[in-house]
Design a protein around this ligand. Structure first.
Ligand code: IPM
Ligand code: MG
Length: 367
């Protein structure tokens, strides 16, 4: 019997709609196991800019530091797109990742058998896909220095971003890769651009060295451009992938298509293991704010709900409850319920809230 503090950061767009559904599922799952969750909500992203002038109020950061885990929605939207880069809505999320040292981003992409036809790719390609993209999240091109825009007197400009990694940063994400692969099918693919970038050469060297500590895992290396192609050509060849921040951002969106819809993809961003063993984590659907459908109550809450399952598994050490949530989602899908993004032609779609109700119902009725 334990009490856990969960920071709830819905953010913007459909983050506002799907996060409450994930919170309800979390509450129901924890209650079944006899645990109490204390939810505390805070502002981030555009919602925080409107209320306080900045994308990450100090109170939000303080709450995140106190929490056992963070349930996150999405940030950004056209309304805030014209702000300077360091005041944009996205900056709130990037700062939380950095401040909490959430360096390991786990993005599983699994093709659900009943949704094969929701993917724009052929059944023969996506069927059986079950992979995990591990994206380094606090380094690389996103954070490297120097960066900025230099304006010249003649009106021209030069902009700089830097892809930089230390061997220590590479080593810790490589270890995450091997540890995760070990619990899966024991195959790790390291993705880089070592034919061009020195950063990638160091990356490859360190990953190869770390591999010696994991003789039970088979390691291979692939160039990122080739990986982008292979992902849509034969995704079933992959098990666990580990890669640089920007490469992972791009490849994980691509991988989302393999699962049928972005609306199905959860993620976990983990930091160093806390004193209690569990990793401090932020759990977030991969889909983002989806301004085109925001406010309509039609967004698919499954990615957020599966992120809640990852929260139970990785931060609260409630693996059995996480399994239960995943089974509840599967049973709702098996029964034929669909949100608009995954509904086939002629199938009626349920809304966000209804899908949440269905999963909570399956959870409470299930074993
Ligand atoms: C993601 C998103 C973010 C990123 C944005 C919102 C800053 O695309 O989590 O993949 O680029 O990391
Ligand atoms: Mg992205």
């Amino acid at each position: 019997m334990a009490t856990f503090r969960i920071a709830v950061l819905p953010g913007d767009g459909i983050g506002q709609e799907v996060t409450p559904e994930a919170a309800r599922v979390l509450r129901a799952a924890a209650a079944r196991a006899g645990h109490t969750l204390e939810f505390e909500e805070a502002l981030i992203g555009g919602a925080a800019i409107d209320a306080t002038g900045g994308p990450l109020p100090e109170a939000t950061l303080a709450l995140c530091r106190r929490a056992h885990a963070i349930l996150f929605g999405a940030v950004g939207g056209p309304r805030w797109d014209d702000l300077p880069p360091d005041r944009r809505a996205e900056r709130g999320l990037l700062r939380v990742r950095k401040e909490l040292d959430l360096y390991a981003n786990l993005r599983p992409a699994k093709c659900f058998p009943m949704l094969v036809d929701a993917s724009p790719l052929k059944r023969s390609v996506v069927e059986g896909t079950d992979l995990m993209v591990i994206r380094e999240l606090t380094g690389g091109l996103y954070y490297g220095e120097p960066r900025g825009v230099e304006r010249q007197a003649d009106g021209s400009a030069r902009a700089v971003n830097t892809m930089a990694y230390t061997s220590r940063e590479i080593e810790r994400i490589a270890r995450t890769g091997f540890e995760v692969a070990r619990k899966r099918r024991k195959r790790l693919t390291s993705v880089d651009k070592s034919n061009v970038l020195v950063v990638s050469q160091l990356w490859r060297e360190i990953v190869t060295r770390v591999a010696k500590d994991y003789p039970d895992v088979a390691l291979d290396h692939i160039l990122v451009d080739n990986c982008a192609m292979a992902l849509v050509q034969k995704p079933t060849q992959f098990d666990t992938l580990v890669t640089e921040n920007t490469f992972g951002d791009i490849l994980s969106d691509e991988a989302a298509i393999l699962a049928g819809s972005m609306g199905m993809l959860p993620s976990a961003s983990l930091g160093p293991a806390g004193a209690g063993g569990g990793a401090v984590g932020l759990y977030e659907p991969v889909h983002g704010t989806a301004p085109d459908i925001a406010g309509k109550g039609i967004a698919n809450p499954i990615a957020a709900i599966l992120s809640a399952a990852m929260l139970l598994r990785y931060s609260l050490d409630m693996g059995a409850e996480a399994d239960r949530v995943e089974r509840a989602v599967l049973s709702v899908l098996t029964a034929g319920h669909r949100t608009g993004d995954i509904a086939g032609r002629g199938e009626t779609a349920v809304g966000t809230r209804q899908m949440g109700d269905l999963v909570v119902g399956a959870l409470e009725g299930g074993r």
